[in-house]
Design a protein around this ligand. Sequence first.
Ligand code: DGL
Length: 273
Amino acid sequence: MHNTPIGIFDSGYGGLTILKEIEEKLPQYDYLYIGDNARAPYGNRSYDTVYKYTLQMVNEFFKRGCELVILACNTASAKALRTIQQNDLPLLKNDKRVLGIIRPTAEVLGSFSKTGQVGVLATVGTVQSESYILETEKFFPEVTINQLACPMWVPLVENGEHQTDGASYFVQDKLQQLFAKEKNIDTILLACTHYPLLMPLIKKHTPPKVKILSQGGLIANSLVDYLGRHKALEKKCSKNKKRSFFTTDNAQEFEKQAELFLGRKIVCNKIDI
Ligand code: DGL
């Protein structure tokens, strides 16, 4: 059987929030997910480390037959994507593609705001890279991006603590800081794929008139468009509705957590790194 799944990568569980929306829009394809849970979070790590880990994972996808890999992780998209696209892929001398999730988000981000003030909540790495400021400026020069790093939020999700009072405290604290920076923010982007799991708490601590965006739907739309424009690559992607999941850490734990993200049971296998 022809086996060329679309690869979806994240440092841990966060990319599952992207996969969920992608498979709703494009259920016919095969998908292979890898979470580098053993080394998550990536958010506070250096450029060199995020690049090294991400490249290693991209090679795992290629070994498993993927022709197209999506870095469903803002931190990896901010810190590793460009080097992989510019330095590593050309060396392979084939048509394999690696895409990130920052540019497709920036392409539409400004269209949600009326005040021109957008809040971007992300990991330390994504904030430091200033990728959202730089990319959004290209499409919406009139929009101001107000960034804030939320270093505690990913560990809360990775450890299954995202519905606790402790989580509520950290979420409220960051949202207060964001609105203290700029009170006219009318749109908040959850620019980390883990954050949608905190959505009930984020909603609770955000004024009701503020729009809260997560990336899954935006990335799914952009993938539909991309595959429509890259027919040769699209033809190569196998369409047997197969889903495969791998983690660099404990497979049973991944299965348990993934059920929370996807709302269904999955089978996961461990990759040794
Ligand atoms: N989910 C990832 C992101 O979108 C990163 C989480 C982390 O490993 O810090 O940035």
